[in-house]
Design a protein around this ligand. Sequence first.
Ligand code: ZN
Length: 433
Amino acid sequence: MKQTREFAQQLIDFCYASPTAFHAVASTREILEQSKFVQLHENESWKIKSGGRYYLMRHDSALIAFVVGSAPISEQGFKIVGAHTDSPGFRIKPAPEMLTEGAYVKLNTEVYGGPILSTWFDRPLAVAGRVALKSKNPMQPQIRLLNIRRPVCIIPNIAIHMNPDANNGFTPNKQVDTLPLLSTINQKLEEKNYLSKLIASELRIKETDILDFDLFLYEYEKGCLIGSNEEFISSSRIDDLSSVHAGISALCKVTRPKATCVMACFDHEEVGSSTMQGADSQLLAEVLDRIVIGMKGGREEYFRALANSYIISADGAHAVHPNKGEKADPTSRPLVNRGLVIKLSANRSYTTDAATAATFIQLCEKAGVKTQRFVNRSDMRGGSTIGPISSTHVSIRSVDIGLPMLAMHSIRELCGIEDHSAMLKVIQELYQG
Ligand code: ZN
């Protein structure tokens, strides 16, 4: 129990340190560096050794880490876990400052993915992301991560007296109702440039060096354990940083595996994955190919390796809601802290089939972890995930699973401490077993 709680607390720390996909990759990299993983670069030649521990990053927001197995790669293949680094929220637009009433400075923002908008109101918000600066070589701009870890803005609700529909199906307009308030001023806005001044002072650079930014709002407050027995984790970005955290923690514990163990953390799942660093790219296929090449293997070894491989695509799963039980399927009803969820869909929005589920169930049994089932209600469409998308790029058997959670895509999501440890155990079983 103590270990379970500690691991849950580590997840809370990890989510707090990772307000954006860029920071998720940076925090992951820090964990990997502590465990003596060596960084590879896509534009360099790779020297891969049996038993070696390596990682690479793409565009600062996707990361693949791996431990090379001792057995021939064509025979043992790859044991892969896939997850995503991004979460829904608000991205700050270029030229973001807007002045209203001659006094309020607001930030112009755009919605990223599908957040539950109402959960973002009246919360202290901070700003994080990356900033591109002037450089000697225009092909290689200087990139700096930025995390303004202070409550710098807020999206105030409109008083119920002025919005009688506040509790009656109010639909916020994304260009009007959700713009955060940054400051009040007396002077003209042109003289101010509040955001770039903030960025420049935070990074200790000249304001004129800033060329562009990828900045997002995030919840300032840190997550916490919650419940009468502290059995829940309440935090931003549990979807899908919990899988990234469990997967990387498992990979760091691997010692001398037979198969090559891979943890793939993709960006842009929340907006469809179709980018160079998303699951709908050649990223995973290229890395696996280069591992085989690095081990002096040929095309046949590569394809034999794929045929002997297995992917666990790990992403959040919906637990039955305590107040809205009717939203769940009548017979498959996953609950928080009752085990990992195998996700199945007749229209193949999940990769799971009976054979890949059977592999996963047996891995869980060996790891002492319970499993539950998720299917959508037949009259609801449900979401998708990285599994089916990455399967179109690499021909590897795959299962879609996840942590049962509540309030998915809320600024504050909820899951169970037992399930997070269960995820660690089954991934360790996959890698090491
Ligand atoms: Zn997700």
